[in-house]
Design a protein around this ligand. Structure first.
Ligand code: SAH
Length: 344
């Protein structure tokens, strides 16, 4: 038998129990330790576990490399570093309904959306379930408050790392640990159809957010290469099927880019695309990425776009801008940090 356990932050409750059974430890130890890991404890902090056993437990948490705290609304953005030196961004946000963690699922991304900073250098690697859990833990420890809602909307395409993301969901949902309701989780995808189908079958209560950003293939393919693989017609079919199967509203994210997708005609086409569907549109003025030429629409243009959708019966909101004083767009903190260390 090996001297230490496998990395416990990565294990579902059943796996952890099997591991302790193999070590001839009683089942209540598995329960205790799973609960400790869910709380983000290190092995040393597991005070009701015998010292000898604590010495055999492998629990690794990422360290906080950088922290940006908004002075206006309590939003915190962290850069956390993993054991192999890679890093990922995550954000803590306060809403009326509770604290929300926005987590990354990959280091980098291979989807190549033209307006996005996260994918500029492609995919570095997938994050493990334990590393995603580590982001959550880092946010709660630095904020000093628990998180009630999770959005998988940080760097990376969750459907491109489906297995690890599914594992993470099972771990945070487990009643032996955090016992987080799937209804409090939202997964955002750029439109990977097989992933949408799997999510609907395996996690029907998890909320789906779809990054649409355009209502024609011509505009969408110019912004998002994934559109060539999964064109709008097929994608919308999958989204409608998902809404029907799960009975849950799909959120469509639409980043408003000046002169690209923010005309009245775009709003009309979007309304036509979503007609009759259990849907909600989340309008987000583009966050400026310094290496990219795209510019965000004005707040007024965003409001006019929302009103036009609403008049056509499509519920729409302009996303409240949190952390506008730490507004480095998604992926920019990691890029900046890396460039600084290269230049240092
Ligand atoms: N890969 C997933 C989740 C991560 S991106 C997805 O595509 O949904 C999270 C959201 O941020 C997506 O809607 C993405 O299109 C959007 N986004 C990326 N760069 C942005 C920027 N510069 N400004 C505004 N939104 C951006």
């Amino acid at each position: 038998m090996s001297l230490t356990t496998p990395e416990l932050t990565n294990l579902t409750y059943d796996e952890l129990e099997a591991c302790f059974a193999e070590m001839r430890e009683p089942q209540y130890r598995a329960k205790q330790i799973f609960a400790w890991v869910a709380k983000g404890a290190s092995a040393d902090e597991m005070t009701n576990v015998p010292k000898a056993l604590r010495g055999k437990i492998a629990v690794t948490w990422p360290e906080v490399l950088k922290e940006q705290l908004s002075r206006t609304d309590g939003t915190r953005k962290l850069l956390v570093g993993f054991a192999d030196g890679e890093a990922a961004e995550c954000v803590f946000m306060q809403y009326e309904y509770g604290n929300t963690a926005c987590l990354s699922t990959q280091v980098g991304c291979r989807m190549g959306c033209r307006f996005c900073a996260s994918g500029m250098d492609g995919l570095v690697r997938n994050l493990t379930a334990g590393e995603i859990l580590g982001e959550l833990r880092a946010l709660e420890r630095t904020a000093g408050e628990p998180v009630s809602h999770i959005v998988l909307m940080g760097t990376g395409e969750p459907m491109d790392n489906y297995e690890n993301v599914a594992r993470f969901l099972r771990i945070v949902h487990d009643p032996n640990g955090r016992n987080l309701s799937y209804r409090n989780v939202t997964l955002s995808t750029c439109g990977v159809i097989p992933g949408i189908e799997r999510l609907g079958a395996e996690f029907p209560q998890v909320n789906l957010a779809l990054s649409l950003h355009a209502a024609t293939d011509e505009t969408r393919a110019a912004l998002m290469p994934i559109d060539k693989r999964y064109p709008l017609n097929d994608l919308m079919k999958a989204c409608r099927a998902h809404a029907e199967r799960t009975g849950r509203r799909v959120t469509f994210e639409y980043t408003l880019i000046r002169g690209e997708n923010d005309a009245e005609a775009d709003a009309d086409r979007l309304a036509a695309l979503l007609r009759g569907m259990l849907a909600h549109v989340n309008l987000i003025p583009l966050n400026k990425v310094k290496e990219k030429s795209y510019t965000g629409s004005t707040r007024e243009a965003a409001r006019a776009f929302a009103e036009r959708l609403e008049r056509k019966g499509i519920p729409a909101t302009v996303r409240r801008e949190l952390g506008s004083d730490i507004d480095a767009a998604c992926g920019q903190l990691r890029r900046r940090n890396r460039n600084e260390s290269v230049n240092a």
